[in-house]
Design a protein around this ligand. Structure first.
Ligand code: FEO
Length: 138
């Protein structure tokens, strides 16, 4: 699978959030590379761990902005974040139990890439629009 590249279609119009999304894309690509180059279970788990850490950081930052700006879809958006975090943690368990099987390796790259693009272009873009309407431009 080709690596995911940042382009303006992925911008939510809020610099701080875009910057963090670029970092998530980098981390997703690092996982994809570890999988594609068959770098082994330890490396995949390490890159997945970096992704989980940054995801926690980004979701917390994004949710703080939502709370500060009375974002009306906070609960719905938070639920999507929580589900994604749970899925990442499940993937760690699956890799630890089964090893870097081709099926798991394929699944992780496809899932992460699709989830990120859909989330950013969907509810994050909607969030960006609402924040801009409220005058937030960081
Ligand atoms: Fe940028 Fe809702 O995660």
């Amino acid at each position: 699978m080709p690596s995911l590249e940042w382009n303006d279609d992925l911008s939510v119009g809020i610099g701080l959030i875009d910057k963090q999304h670029k970092m998530l894309i980098e981390r997703t690509n690092a996982i994809a590379e570890a999988v594609e180059m068959k770098r082994g279970l330890e490396k995949i788990l390490q890159t997945l761990g970096f992704m989980i850490d940054y995801t926690d950081f980004h979701f917390s930052a994004e949710e703080k902005v939502m709370i500060d700006h009375d974002y009306p879809k906070l609960a719905e958006h938070q639920k999507l974040h929580e589900d994604f975090k749970a899925r990442l943690n499940q993937m760690v368990e699956d890799f630890e139990e089964d090893g870097a099987t081709p099926a798991l390796s394929q699944e992780i790259t496809t899932y992460l890439t699709n989830w990120l693009v859909n989330h950013i272009k969907g509810i994050d873009t909607e969030l960006g629009k609402i924040l801009r309407e409220k005058g937030y431009e960081e």
